[in-house]
Design a protein around this ligand. Structure first.
Ligand code: FA5
Length: 331
């Protein structure tokens, strides 16, 4: 028994000396000094030792137990001091780049073009996206029964309101709100979202942004309108920008025109429609209590996505709304 205890002690100490990590140390503890370890079984064997040898064997058992426990604590302390047992973090390594956020290219375009008009003396006006029929239609000379009110061309809200509400289809609603709240002369631009049930393709989306401009004063003419749009085009797209007004029709302007800009598309100079414009119709001025005999004015409404696409060479409007960081990161 005494020999067996000696070899148990020797092999336990030899194994303990070879332990290099926390897991192996725990395995060693369970194997030798744990509740079901070899030392425990040796102690259980004490009952079979002849009576006269029991004191010596018992003493030896206690010595081995104390020695193994002491060596175990020593080894544990040595391993703890030699470094962490978990994954090692090298704090001198460069960190993981989380990527800096940036403004969306449309927000940037809105700021840039608003800034150009601000330099021409326009102040900024705002209006709600959820509108009533007065601001989206009646006051803009679009009477009841007009085809522009067709539910297939507008997002009406269901509900029991005295007046039907809809998501505005154009920022021209803000012209009306500006003229209702301010006396002429006035010179404002308004940017914001508009909504139309248009099918999505490379140049159309069902939610897009417009910038509306309105200038009301004495003796305002088409020349002022064309000059303003030309100045905007040159300031934003470069001194060689060319603009063209094409006769058109809008119920709230007379005469009305489409505003085109000449741009280089895939190497070729082409005319591209950016928006509509015209002289504010006297019926619109009457609707907001401005005397058309005394005041005249012009208005324009341009598609901001189309401007951003031209400015930044974006071929498909849908990319602006897909939130693909690889696309957005370019601007
Ligand atoms: C209007 O919305 C008029 N309110 C513009 C106006 C204002 C005329 C003031 C006179 C006076 P129009 O429907 O053509 O006009 O739209 C203007 C511009 O919005 C278009 O030229 C185009 O650039 C943009 N646009 C129109 N529909 C979409 C669409 N589905 N997706 C993206 N851009 C669009």
């Amino acid at each position: 028994m005494l020999d067996a205890l000696l070899s148990l002690e020797q092999s336990a100490l030899a194994e303990l000396a070879a332990v290099t990590g926390g897991d192996a140390l725990e395995k060693w503890r369970i194997a030798y000094i744990g509740a079901n370890g070899q030392l425990k079984s040796a102690m259980a064997g004490l009952k079979d030792v002849p009576k006269d040898l029991k004191p010596a064997v018992g003493k030896r058992l206690n010595e081995v137990k104390a020695a193994l426990e002491a060596k175990f604590e020593e080894r544990k302390a040595a391993l703890a001091a030699s470094g962490p047992s978990g994954p090692i973090t090298d704090i001198t390594e460069p960190g993981v780049d989380l990527g800096l956020g940036r403004r969306h290219v449309l927000s940037r375009t809105i700021d840039e073009i608003t800034d150009v008009f601000a330099r021409m003396g326009f102040s900024v006006a705002q209006g709600p996206e959820l509108e009533d029929e007065w601001h989206n239609f009646n006051a803009l000379n679009i009477p009841a029964g007009h085809p522009a009110r067709d539910p297939r061309d507008n997002f009406y809200l269901r509900g029991a309101w005295a007046e039907r509400l809809l998501l505005r289809t154009q920022t021209s609603t803000v012209q009306i709100r500006a003229m209702e709240s301010q006396k002429p002369p006035l010179k404002v631009v308004a940017t914001g979202r508009v909504y139309r049930p248009d099918a999505h393709d490379a140049t159309h989306f069902s939610m897009f942004h417009q910038i509306e401009g309105l200038f009301i004063d004495r003796n305002v003419s088409m020349v002022d309108l064309k000059t303003t749009l030309l100045q905007f085009a040159k300031a934003y797209f470069g001194a060689d920008a060319e603009v063209r007004l094409r006769p058109s029709f809008f119920p709230f302007t007379e005469p009305s025109a489409e505003f085109d800009m000449k741009m280089r598309i895939r190497g070729e100079l082409q005319w591209v429609e950016l928006g509509g414009c015209g002289m504010v119709d006297p019926n619109v001025l009457n609707a907001v209590g401005i005397d058309p005999e005394e005041w005249t004015g012009f208005a324009f409404g341009l598609g901001i996505e189309r401007i951003a696409m031209r400015k930044y060479g974006i071929a498909d409007i849908r990319w602006l709304f897909e939130n693909d960081a690889r696309f957005l990161r370019q601007f």
